[in-house]
Ligand binder design. Sequence first.
Ligand code: ASP
Length: 553
Amino acid sequence: MAKHAEQQSGGQSHLTLFIVGAIVLAVVVAIAGPAALGEGFRPVVAIFNVGGEVFLRMLQMVVVPLVMASVMSGILGLGDIRKLGRPGAYAVSYYLSTTILAVITGLIVVNIVNPGRGIDKKLVEDARQEGEETVAHAAGRKSGKKFEWHNVTGDRAQIASESKNVSISDNGSWNVRIVIDQVGDASTPAHAQLRWSRDGNVFTDVENGEFVAGTEESIYRTTAAIPVPEEAAYVQIRFEPQQGGTASIIEAYLVPGPPSIGEIFQNLVLMLFTGNLLASMVEINLLPLIVFSIVFGGMLTTMGEKSKTISELVVSINDALMSFILLLMKLAPLGIFCLVAARFAKAQMDGQFLSLLKTQAWYMTSVLTGLGVHALCTLPLLLWIFTKRNPIQFFGQMSQAILTAFSTASSTATLPVTMECAEKRAGISPRSTEFVLPLGATINMDGTALYEAAAAIFIAQAYAIVDPTFVLTFDKQVVIAVTATLAAIGAAGIPEAGLVTMLIVLNAVGLPLELIGLILPIDWLLDRFRTAVNAFGDSVGAAIVDKSFSAAS
Ligand code: ASP
C-alpha cells in the first residue's frame, strides 16, 4: 500500500504544482485585470464565474453518493459494525480535543494581538449598519422585531417623553436591545426604560431595564440585551430625550434570547437524524446520511448471502466514484483558477480586497496567526506523536485537498478530494478514510472554531471602545470558548457557514449581533484559510484513527 501510494504521489506532484500555479496566477489576474480594464473586466469575471461554478458543481455532484457508498463500504469492509466502536470513539475524541485546542489557540492569539484596540469608532458604526441586514437574514427560530420609532431629534424642551409598545406573539425567551445615538454634548442624558405587560394596558418597569445614554457625543451606545419577563405579552419602551445638545436618536429591537447550552445540545443531537432521507440528500445534509449509512451498512453485514449482491454493488459504486474523482482532479487547475480569479476579482472590483487588507490588518493577522499555529504546530505534532508520520511529507500528500479547500471554501465540496488524497497519496487505509473523513468534514472544524473564538473577542474588543460599560471578563471568554466549539460542530461545510453560527457566540455573551458587520467584508477571504485548516484537521484525524484500527485488528 505504502509503495503504491508513493508511486501515486510522485505522479501527482505535478498536479499539485499546477494547482499552486493556478491560484497564484488567479490572484495576479484578479488584481491586474481590474487595474488594466476597469469595469471592462466584469465580463471576463463572469466567464471565470461560470468555469468555477462548473468545477464546484461537479465536486458537489459526487458528494452525496460518495459519502453514502463510502461509509457503507467502510462498514462492509470491517465486517461487523461493533468493530467501529473503538475507532469511532477515537475519532470523536480526536475531533473534540483538536477543536478545543484550536479555540484555545484562537483565544490566546487574539488576546495578545488585541486587534480591536484603537479601532475607529466610525468603523464600528458603519459595520453596525452593514451587519443589520445579515442578522435579519440569518435570524434563526424567530425573527427580531424593531420598535417602530421615528428618530427623536431635538431636546427635552421641545419633545415630551414618548412610549412605544410591541406585542410578543411567540413563546420562548426574548431580549430587548436599546440603542441610543447621542449627537452633540447634552447636559442631561437621554433615558430609556423597558416595561412589560400581560394585557397591553397596565405596564410595569422591567427590573434592571433602564438605560441612560452618555452626555458626551458618542456615536453608538447600546444596552447589552435586556431579558423580557417570560409572562410578558407586550413590551414597552418609555423614552426621554436628552436635555441640551443637538439630538438623541433611539432605536430598539425585540430579538430572540440566546439559546441555552441545553438547547444547542438538543439541536446537535437532532441534526443527526432526518425524517426524510431524500430531503437530506437534496440539501447535501451529510450527518443524517452518515448515520443512515452506518446503520444500513451494519444491517447488510448481518444478512449473510441475502445481501451479497447489494453489498458488492455498494463497493463497486464506491470504487467507481473514486475513479471519477481522479478524473475530476485533472480539471482541478483550471477549475481552481476560475474559482479564485472570479472571487478575488469581484472583491477587488468592489474595493474589498487590497483596501481591506489595510483596515482589517490586525484582525486578519490574529486569525491567520492562530490558524498557522494550529495547522503548522499543533496538528503536525499530534500527527507525529500518534503515527510517527513525517508531517511535512503528509502535508505534501494532502496538499491537493488543502488547496481545493482554499479555493472552494467548502469542506463538503472538498471531501471527495480529501478522500482521494488520503487513500491514494497518503496511504491511509480505506477503512478509516471511508468513515472518518465524511464525519470529519461535517463535524470537525478546527479552523472554524478558532475563527469563531477569535472573531467574537475582536468584536467584543471593538464594542468595548464604543460602550465602555461592556467589560470582557474571563467568564465571558469561557462562554465564548464553549459556544465557539459547539457552533463549529454545528456549522455546515459550505462557504461562510461559520458567519451564521457566529451569531450564537455573540448572542451568548450579549454582544450586539449587528456588529458582525465588522468581520463581514473580509469573511470570504478568511473562510478560505479556515476551510483549508478544517480539511487538514480531518486528514490528520483519519491518519491517527487509522492507527487505532491497526491496533484493533
Ligand atoms: N467554509 C467552512 C467549511 O466549509 C465553514 C466555515 O467556517 O464557514 O469548512
